[in-house]
Ligand binder design. Structure first.
Ligand SMILES: Nc1nc2c(ncn2[C@@H]2O[C@H](COP(=O)(O)OP(=O)(O)OP(=O)(O)O)[C@@H](O)[C@H]2O)c(=O)[nH]1
Ligand SMILES: [Zn+2]
Length: 413
């Protein structure tokens, strides 16, 4: 049984800036309590078929993993190549019925829309605009419900791509879809793709925010499961290495792909199951982290080049973890924010993944956390041939390997 753990007030506290992350630019006065409607957005070059789309093959009533619809979040700084990526995905032979949701439209509803024509000219993707709902100040799952309602009307989609605005922190959006899958939704968060512009990436990563907070470009890199290092044609080989090194210093577990015009294998982008414990992939990610030469305590080594000092720290411990003590640690770290580095600065977690060996538990336990939310899920049994181990990958600010390892060691016997 899995359930995401959160602070009781987390819905109200989702840091969701109205101006940047609502799905729409217009808000109806009375819509806060209601579920907003998703309507096909009107665009000159895209015509939507009005006929109800043929129902998908009949599936068993009981919710199974296969009936759930993946949501991939596409994020990246302004002009990095997100729309180019959407265009590419939509025109590739993916054999899926894809719905695309953009979380911000220009003031007049005028936006560049990826071409979404099928081979014979028919439109096979849905363009959706969330007209009269604002996600930040109404119930958190309105956006999700709106998508579900639309599917009731239009038939199911196979896949949902959600492009966030270039200045958004993908964390809150991710939390909404992740949480909702716990509430028996038809949707689940498949993964977060971040597109970066090789030419301007370093400049964006180094931008200082007036309030001293971690800037959006860094957050987008920190949250990612896959990072497209795009526009490789605009930089020299040494410049590209520099960019990759910097990205790795922030997030050393995401998959890095060099791209031109955001093109890469679709298999590297869709159906990642990055938040699913029941896929081997997750385990592999966590395992891969230790092999990466860039992991581990890079804070001390590299803090000079990154003012934001967001980094990846991996802690590995043998022995069995006490579940209660571990959860106390997580709550101190994520909720109370009482765990500080040696300089007395609060450790600020953006993303956390882990593989745990819990005491008296024959199964591997996978941990996922995004901001304040965390989820512990028991997965496959530990193979006899394998040494049980605890391996945690922290991505965040002011991280200190020694302090984290010390706290975790107390929970292991
Ligand atoms: N030279 C070069 N240009 C690219 C590449 N990929 C995308 N572009 C161009 O970069 C510009 C911005 O690309 P978009 O896909 O619109 O970027 P975006 O992230 O959607 O931008 P916003 O929606 O404004 O945040 C477009 O003119 C693209 O054609 C690339 O690999 N190389
Ligand atoms: Zn709002």
């Amino acid at each position: 049984m899995r359930s995401v753990h959160m602070l009781p007030c987390v819905f109200q506290n989702l840091p969701w800036p109205t101006s940047t992350v609502s799905f729409t630019t217009t808000m109806s006065e009375s819509s806060d309590e209601e579920c907003p409607d998703l309507v096909p957005s009107l665009c000159n070059d895209v015509t939507l078929t009005e006929e109800p789309v043929t129902d998908p093959p009949t599936l068993p009533e009981a919710p199974t993993v296969t009936t759930k619809i993946p949501v991939t979040i596409i994020t990246g700084y302004l002009g990095a190549g997100k729309t180019t990526l959407l265009n590419y995905i939509l025109t590739e032979q993916h054999g899926k019925r894809i719905a695309v949701i953009m979380n911000e439209f220009g003031a007049g509803g005028e936006i560049e829309k990826p071409i979404s024509l099928g081979e014979s000219g028919e439109v096979f993707e849905e363009w959706l605009e969330l007209r009269n709902g604002c996600l930040c100040c109404s119930v958190k799952d309105n956006g999700v419900k709106a998508i579900e309602n639309l599917m009731l009307k239009k038939g199911r989609f196979d896949y949902i791509l959600l492009e966030t605005t270039g200045l958004a922190d993908p964390g809150p959006v991710a939390s909404i879809f992740w949480l909702d899958s716990e509430l028996c939704s038809d949707l689940y968060l498949d993964g977060i793709i971040t597109v970066v512009d090789s030419k301007y990436c370093l400049q964006h990563l180094h931008e200082q925010k007036a309030d001293g907070k971690v800037n959006e470009a860094v957050r987008q890199v920190a949250m990612a499961d896959v990072i497209l290092v795009n526009k490789v044609d605009l930089v020299s080989a040494p410049e590209l290495s520099r960019v990759q090194e910097e990205i790795r210093s922030i997030n050393s577990v995401a998959k890095l792909l060099e791209t031109h015009k955001s093109r890469t294998e679709l298999a590297a982008l869709l159906d990642l199951h990055a938040f699913e414990g029941n896929s081997d992939r997750c385990d592999r990610d966590v395992f891969a982290a230790t092999v990466s030469p860039h992991t581990d305590s890079r804070t001390s080594e590299h803090s000079h080049h990154l003012d934001q000092s967001v980094s990846t720290v991996t802690v590995e411990l043998s022995g069995d973890m006490d579940r209660d003590m571990f959860e106390n640690f997580l709550q101190d770290l994520l909720w109370e924010k009482s765990i500080k580095n040696t300089k007395g600065e609060t450790m600020d977690i953006l993303r956390l993944k882990g593989l745990l060996s819990l005491r008296d538990c024959p199964r591997r336990c996978l941990l996922q956390a995004v901001h304040e939310l965390y989820d512990l899920e028991e997965t496959s049994a530990w193979p006899e041939s394998e040494t049980r181990i605890n391996r945690l990958v922290f991505i965040g600010r002011n991280l200190d390997h020694g302090v984290l390892a010390g706290r975790l060691a107390q929970a292991v016997k």
